[in-house]
Ligand binder design. Structure first.
Ligand SMILES: [Cu+2]
Length: 200
């Protein structure tokens, strides 16, 4: 028989062992990586799961789109529907933000150091423009689920961990034709892992 303190010690050892096991399992979680090859460029292409089962709560953390050195940064920003984006101005001149897409908004014009926010509640692609600097542009993609990534310059990407199963993946890029944007690529996740080659 164990004494009371012996039992308590044993329980804490079991707790530590099982917590370690849980974190090892989490670490053993695989990776979902891939590459996009497209004749018109592979950088700044959004790779996203078309439809994932379940409902995804709107994130409390805001995403951010900056205006810096007379450019929108990043050029393309994928977000989960329900996300608020903070539009910042880190230049020494005033900037404006508007979009002609979906409900079409104009957030106004504001000074360096200030920011304005917008909540994206509707799926779709929203071109971002500045009425003061017509050469400025960027895109916000409002998506159904949080499983998306933006390609690096060499076309590589890593998707967030997805539950095992079969999915369809699509891409969006400014230079990708509308026919190519409609193409769906199968993605099978097994033991948390998958490798995907998306070639056009
Ligand atoms: Cu501007």
């Amino acid at each position: 028989m164990l004494s009371k303190s012996g039992t308590r010690a044993l329980i804490s050892i079991i707790t530590v062992v099982s917590l370690t096991a849980v974190s090892l399992v989490a670490r053993a979680q695989g990776k979902i990586t891939g590459t996009v090859t497209h004749p018109r460029g592979t950088e700044n292409v959004v790779v996203f799961v078309t439809q994932a089962p379940g409902k995804f709560p709107a994130p409390t953390a805001h995403a951010s789109m900056d205006q810096k050195k007379m450019r929108f940064t990043p050029f393309v920003l994928p977000i989960l529907v329900g996300t608020t984006v903070d539009f910042q101005n880190h230049d020494s001149v005033a900037h404006n933000v508007f979009s002609p897409d979906a409900e079409a908004y104009n957030l106004g014009t504001w000074q360096p150091g200030q920011s304005h926010s917008h909540l994206f509640n509707k799926l779709g692609v929203y071109a971002q423009a500045c009425s003061l600097h017509p050469e400025m542009e960027a895109y916000i993609l409002v998506l159904q689920n949080p499983y998306f990534a933006v390609t690096a310059a060499n076309g590589s990407f890593t998707l967030p961990n997805l539950p095992d199963g079969s999915y369809e993946v699509q891409v969006w890029g400014k230079k990708v034709s509308s026919a190519d944007k409609k193409k769906k690529f199968p993605l099978k996740v097994e033991h948390g892992s998958a490798t995907l080659k998306i070639a056009f």
